[in-house]
Design a protein around this ligand. Structure first.
Ligand SMILES: *[C@@H]1O[C@H](CO)[C@@H](O)[C@H](O)[C@H]1NC(C)=O
Ligand SMILES: *[C@@H]1O[C@H](CO)[C@@H](O)[C@H](O)[C@H]1NC(C)=O
Ligand SMILES: *[C@@H]1O[C@H](CO)[C@@H](O)[C@H](O)[C@H]1NC(C)=O
Ligand SMILES: *[C@@H]1O[C@H](CO)[C@@H](O)[C@H](O)[C@H]1NC(C)=O
Ligand SMILES: *[C@@H]1O[C@H](CO)[C@@H](O)[C@H](O)[C@H]1NC(C)=O
Ligand SMILES: *[C@@H]1O[C@H](CO)[C@@H](O)[C@H](O)[C@H]1NC(C)=O
Ligand SMILES: *[C@@H]1O[C@H](CO)[C@@H](O)[C@H](O)[C@H]1NC(C)=O
Ligand SMILES: *[C@@H]1O[C@H](CO)[C@@H](O)[C@H](O)[C@H]1NC(C)=O
Ligand SMILES: *[C@@H]1O[C@H](CO)[C@@H](O)[C@H](O)[C@H]1NC(C)=O
Ligand SMILES: *[C@@H]1O[C@H](CO)[C@@H](O)[C@H](O)[C@H]1NC(C)=O
Ligand SMILES: *[C@@H]1O[C@H](CO)[C@@H](O)[C@H](O)[C@H]1NC(C)=O
Ligand SMILES: *[C@@H]1O[C@H](CO)[C@@H](O)[C@H](O)[C@H]1NC(C)=O
Length: 439
């Protein structure tokens, strides 16, 4: 009898397992599948992969907060956020996730996507948010606060705002990421691709079409170190490879080092290589390289400002004459053309765009606060290959080599340069306002 019972329950189990194997996330039409993710992770034997089944659209109706170690999630089906804007806002308001929709903690965590172009998309239905100009209660799509983490083949479709944040993450490898935040209507504000804080991070082979930084090297209390970004295509209205803004909060002086961006193509983007630190900021950014950059129709190919301020969101008081210090910066092998005829991007909502000071306040959920002024660039006229606005003695040991950037009108490319970087034996160009002159 005991044996018969055991056989029966085994059969029952087998019949349930036939429909949804233990490691497959259950999907129920019209219902929230988020709780089923926890169940699948708990029910899946150690070392086996938790699978979102192919050809299934999972309803990620509420935020996920998964803090589990030694897990692999394979996203073979689509994940869909609610299409109802109010429902997303209500869930963000109710969440204790710090504003993230999909949040991962723990160590040794792998998220892998699908090689099938029709599967494995994380769809946030951002278009309707952009078209409604709705910036209230927006989630950060994916937060990855992990030690030892792998992101393979992830595909993000129309994120509402920020796509992937490596939040104080350590030992992370991300490859083959596709982020499509291109809009068919209004501008997709704050659709940063990767935001990285933490250390020992490699991001390879990305395609990012978006309306803010494609890669943002950020700032928190720990700092950001040892980040390599290589082989990427950045397009739509992307703000490119960006460090900062650093130094906003005096208790978190900038602490950024060993950053390498290489082999990137920028197609019609607003920025290429960008650095931004706050007026009165403190701290250090050291050993940063931008190299092998191809550009087509880029508004600000090489841009640096140490006097960033957001009038609408100035942050706590900072020391007046302080500056984030920048040391050992290398810019090498930049080729292509500057957007001469219509610099700027779709974030321009005033005419003329150059003099508009527009700011949007992001989430104030306590995790990140990405308020920013879009672009107000004194004296820029679409011919600048280099805009380098260092504070006095605040930039040192800079090298520019092989900067081959051309205007579209054929007039010589120009430079806007404030104080020349000091201690730069191979600066490589004349720091002056006027024609760009290699030295
Ligand atoms: C998904 O559906 C497509 C089209 O029906 C089919 O060709 C493919 O084999 C399915 N994939 C899987 C893994 O079931
Ligand atoms: C998955 O989402 C993508 C992007 O929205 C879509 O093109 C594709 O058809 C979806 N796949 C399935 C199986 O629903
Ligand atoms: C990492 O997690 C995977 C399961 O996702 C497991 O197979 C592997 O053994 C773990 N690695 C270590 C070093 O524990
Ligand atoms: C959208 O979500 C809100 C809040 O959850 C709810 O009150 C409303 O009925 C939903 N609208 C639709 C069309 O489902
Ligand atoms: C969410 O919170 C924001 C800001 O506090 C508020 O404006 C909005 O009405 C709330 N939305 C919902 C659906 O709870
Ligand atoms: C995950 O849980 C561990 C153990 O409880 C904790 O130390 C860690 O801070 C958690 N991580 C996150 C991101 O919440
Ligand atoms: C979008 O909303 C912001 C405030 O959130 C407002 O300042 C701006 O004028 C709006 N833009 C459009 C095009 O409606
Ligand atoms: C950065 O990399 C260097 C060289 O590999 C290593 O010594 C250092 O500990 C790393 N920094 C951090 C914060 O992990
Ligand atoms: C500078 O950063 C690069 C790229 O991350 C790294 O390979 C190199 O070791 C760093 N140099 C020093 C002196 O730390
Ligand atoms: C200047 O920066 C380069 C590139 O990071 C580095 O190799 C070199 O050691 C630095 N020079 C000094 C004097 O620090
Ligand atoms: C270049 O122009 C900027 C304004 O765009 C000005 O602040 C700076 O002093 C000028 N630089 C030099 C070297 O004259
Ligand atoms: C420039 O180099 C000299 C000699 O190494 C050093 O004393 C000085 O502090 C450096 N200046 C800056 C601003 O880095």
């Amino acid at each position: 009898m005991a044996i018969r019972l055991a056989t029966l329950s085994l059969l029952l189990f087998a019949s349930i397992a036939w429909a949804w194997p233990a490691c497959t996330v259950v999907h129920n039409d019209g219902q929230d599948d988020t709780p089923n993710v926890y169940a699948a992770v708990q029910g899946c034997p150690a070392g086996e992969v938790v699978v979102f089944a192919a050809n299934t659209t999972y309803n990620m109706f509420t935020p996920l907060n998964l803090n589990a170690s030694d897990v692999t999630l394979s996203i073979q089906g689509n994940l869909s956020l609610p299409t109802n804007i109010t429902a997303v806002q209500a869930a963000v308001n109710a969440s204790t996730n710090g504003g993230y929709w999909l949040y991962f903690g723990g160590s040794n965590v792998t998220l892998q996507g699908s090689a099938d172009p029709h599967n494995g998309w994380i769809d946030s239905h951002g278009q309707q948010w952009w078209d409604a100009n709705n910036t209230i209660g927006r989630p950060i799509l994916l937060g990855f606060n992990v030690n030892v983490g792998y992101l393979y083949n992830l595909k993000v479709y129309k994120p509402i705002a920020w796509a992937i944040e490596l939040a104080s993450a350590t030992n992370i490898y991300a490859s083959n990421t596709l982020i499509d935040a291109s809009s068919t209507g209004s501008f997709p504000f704050n659709t940063d691709g990767f935001i990285a804080t933490g250390s020992n991070i490699v991001i390879e082979d990305s395609i990012i079409l978006n309306g803010d930084d494609a890669i943002n090297i950020g700032q928190n209390s720990v700092g950001t170190h040892n980040v390599t970004v290589r082989r990427a295509y950045m397009g739509y209205s992307s703000h490119g490879c960006s460090i900062g803004s650093l130094g906003r909060v005096p208790s978190q002086p900038a602490n950024v080092s060993n950053i390498l961006f290489e082999n990137v193509f920028f197609d019609g983007t607003l920025y290429g290589a960008r650095f931004k630190s706050w007026v009165g900021g403190t701290g250090l950014a050291k050993n940063v390289t931008f190299r092998n950059f191809g550009m087509r129709n880029v508004s600000f190919p090489l841009y640096l400002s140490q006097t960033y301020i957001d009038q609408n969101n100035p942050g706590p008081p900072r020391v007046n004459n302080a500056s984030v210090i920048m040391e050992d910066f290398t810019y090498e092998n930049f080729y292509g053309d500057i957007n001469t005829y219509s610099p700027g991007d779709g974030s321009c909502i005033s005419d003329p765009c150059w003099w508009a000071t527009i700011s949007f306040v992001g989430l104030t959920a306590g995790v990140i606060d990405l308020a920013f002024v879009r672009y107000y660039e004194p004296d820029a006229d679409g011919t600048q290959a280099v805009i380098m606005r260092c504070n006095e003695n605040a930039c040192s040991n800079f090298t520019l080599t092989n900067i081959n950037l051309h205007t579209q009108s054929g007039v010589p490319a120009t430079t806007l340069c404030n104080y020349p970087p000091v201690n730069s034996t191979n600066l490589g160009f004349l720091c002056a306002n006027g024609t760009f002159t290699p030295t």
